[in-house]
Design a protein around this ligand. Structure first.
Ligand code: GLN
Length: 464
């Protein structure tokens, strides 16, 4: 693993490194590798170097540094950075420049972190392989010809290729955790309402959360703790402050494992081995049946497409980005701008969402799905009365080949089986790499991110 931010910061404080050198090294790797990976859509070279020089100067002058001074990160193309392009990897936002910073960006800036670029992703964060981007797919950094996962595939590939310390992604149904698993990294989907969505392009608002992806757990934790907490600009944020974290906190003892049928042998073996080691190390480990596997994907796709069809109605060819040429009528301007601007998968979801919300079907689909969502939440809360964490693989398969699932949307949707669960219930979930591009995710009660971090430290110790 390349150096973490903590290591860099210590080296800078000892006078053995500078933030400018660190940024130059990141830039060098970006210019060498990004043409092959297509992970970043834009590089903020001048701004990043300027910020690094500013922090180096502060060091020379003996000034106090803010907590994340010189931490280098990238943002997914659906998180707004003032005066920069923002596109959700869609043609419909062609040419759009954000006039403001998302709250997470504002907080990272205030903490001294340096934004080095904008990461590719699936269009409007819809996808599991980063093949739905209007700007082309992203390559897996280590497995040639394979996908990095999605929808935050550019973010994960950037973190894995050493383009940054931390990458910001968004997770509606797994888009932080699954690509982090495919690329061998940590990835956190925070508790719903813990991180502000102000400045995040909405896909499904009652599911979306912004979170970090990183090779080093301590960097992920530092960024999460900086961006989390109440924001007056997002009424769905809770007034819960992230508690300080220490790796010495005792790890969770009682682990419930949920293992659906049909896991890829590589995943089954890795998770099985880990369960044994946890048991040998004195943890209480139990495999628990889960009665709702069959309901997760349908419920997720009914509710998220419903929300998406409403959220995406604002892209009308008038307000943002792309507008069709020479429309004959106002109606044609709307219809043609949307037909030409949105990609296939986005259109499929708008159609599906409009259908499930239509007068004759609303009760049959949308209302029922809401009821299932409630049931899942209640069931999960009862599990947390008996267990400290719920663990399961992050993805049922290791990374797949580019093009392998593009012809079959149902197969693509099924690959989200294990991750959509935590977004349906709102619980926090942390992806932990356990080798060979296989991931384990742990879920905890609401706002127990620190418990999940302790679990990750425990797993890392066992793996040594
Ligand atoms: N792959 C899932 C989907 O396509 C999740 C996407 C996400 O989390 N943004 O909806």
């Amino acid at each position: 693993m390349r150096g973490s931010y903590t290591t860099l910061r210590q080296a800078v404080e000892r006078g053995e490194a500078t933030f400018t050198q660190a940024v130059e090294e990141f830039l060098e790797r970006i210019y060498r590798e990004n043409p092959r990976l297509n992970a970043l859509l834009e590089v903020y070279e001048n701004e990043a170097l300027e910020a690094a020089r500013r922090w180096d100067k502060a060091v020379q002058e003996g000034a106090a540094l803010p907590p994340l001074a010189g931490l280098v990160y990238v943002h997914k193309d659906n998180i707004a950075v003032a005066n920069h392009r923002l596109g959700a990897a869609s043609r419909i936002l062609e040419g759009y420049i954000s006039p403001f910073d998302a709250t997470v960006i504002e907080r990272l800036k205030a903490a001294g972190a340096i934004c080095i670029g904008r990461a590719n992703c699936d269009e409007f964060a819809m996808g599991s392989s980063n093949e739905n981007s209007a700007y082309g797919p992203v390559q897996h950094p280590q497995l040639e010809g394979y996908v990095p996962g999605g929808s935050s595939g550019g973010s994960a590939a950037a973190a894995a290729a050493g383009f940054c310390h931390v990458a910001l992604g968004s997770d509606t149904g797994g888009s932080i955790r699954q690509p982090a698993a495919f690329c061998g990294l940590y990835g956190l989907k925070p508790t719903y309402g813990h991180v502000s969505r102000y400045g995040l392009i909405a896909y499904a608002s009652s599911f979306d959360q912004i979170g970090p992806i990183a090779a080093a757990l301590e960097d992920l934790i530092a960024v999460h703790q900086t961006i989390a907490g109440f924001d007056p600009k997002d009424a769905t944020t809770a007034s819960v402050k992230p508690e300080p974290f220490s790796p010495d906190l005792p790890p969770p003892k009682r682990w419930a494992f949920l293992l659906p049928e049909g896991l890829h042998p590589q995943v089954e073996t890795a998770v099985g081995a880990l369960m044994r080691k946890l048991g040998e190390a004195g943890f209480f480990v139990e495999q628990v049946g889960f009665p709702y596997w069959d309901y997760l994907i349908p419920t997720y796709y009914i509710l998220t497409t419903a929300e998406a069809s409403s959220n995406l109605s604002r892209y009308d060819g008038v307000r943002y980005g792309y507008r069709t040429k020479n429309p004959a009528t106002l109606e044609a301007l709307y219809a043609r701008s949307r037909s030409e601007g949105f990609g296939r998968e986005v259109k499929r979801r708008i159609l599906l969402g409009t259908f499930v919300l239509s007068a004759g079907y609303y009760e049959a689909y949308y209302t029922r799905a809401q009821k299932v969502r409630r049931l899942l939440y209640d069931y999960t809360e009862t599990l947390f009365q008996q267990y400290d964490v719920i663990a399961m693989p992050t993805s049922a398969t290791p990374p797949f080949r580019l093009g392998e699932k593009t012809q079959d949307p149902i197969q693509m949707y099924l690959s989200d089986l294990l991750t959509v669960y935590a977004n349906l219930t709102g619980h926090p979930a942390l992806q932990i790499p356990i080798g060979n591009f296989v991931g384990l995710q742990v879920m905890g009660p609401l706002f127990t991110e620190n418990r999940l971090f302790s679990a990750a430290y425990a797993v890392a110790t066992l793996d040594k």
